[in-house]
Design a binder for this molecule. Structure first.
Ligand SMILES: [Zn+2]
Length: 93
């Protein structure tokens, strides 16, 4: 479980991994400058406890995310478990 600290949505629901979820998974990594611009501490895949969903990150930034905001991490591949809006941002939609 990984709750968005702004809205409380679970960004990594187990049901999505079992392919029966509502596809709300938003597990991604953005560049430090993007995270910092949102007022967040440096991101680490293993230590980050504070997480934001796509909607709340965009609200903090005041703009829509685009592919350049995401790192080359393997978790940043659009996949069938991720939320439609995360998949869309990863490919520039
Ligand atoms: Zn949120």
């Amino acid at each position: 479980m990984c709750l968005c600290i702004d809205c409380g949505i679970d960004t990594a629901p187990k049901d999505d991994r079992r392919r029966r979820g509502a596809r709300t998974s938003e597990w991604y990594m953005v560049h430090d400058r993007v995270w910092a611009a949102a007022g967040m501490p440096p991101m680490s895949m293993f230590e980050t406890k504070d997480f934001l969903c796509i909607g709340c990150l965009e609200a903090r930034l005041g703009r829509r995310l685009n592919p350049d905001d995401f790192t080359d991490a393997s978790i940043n591949q659009p996949d069938r478990w991720s939320s439609p809006r995360l998949n869309a941002r990863l490919v520039g939609q």
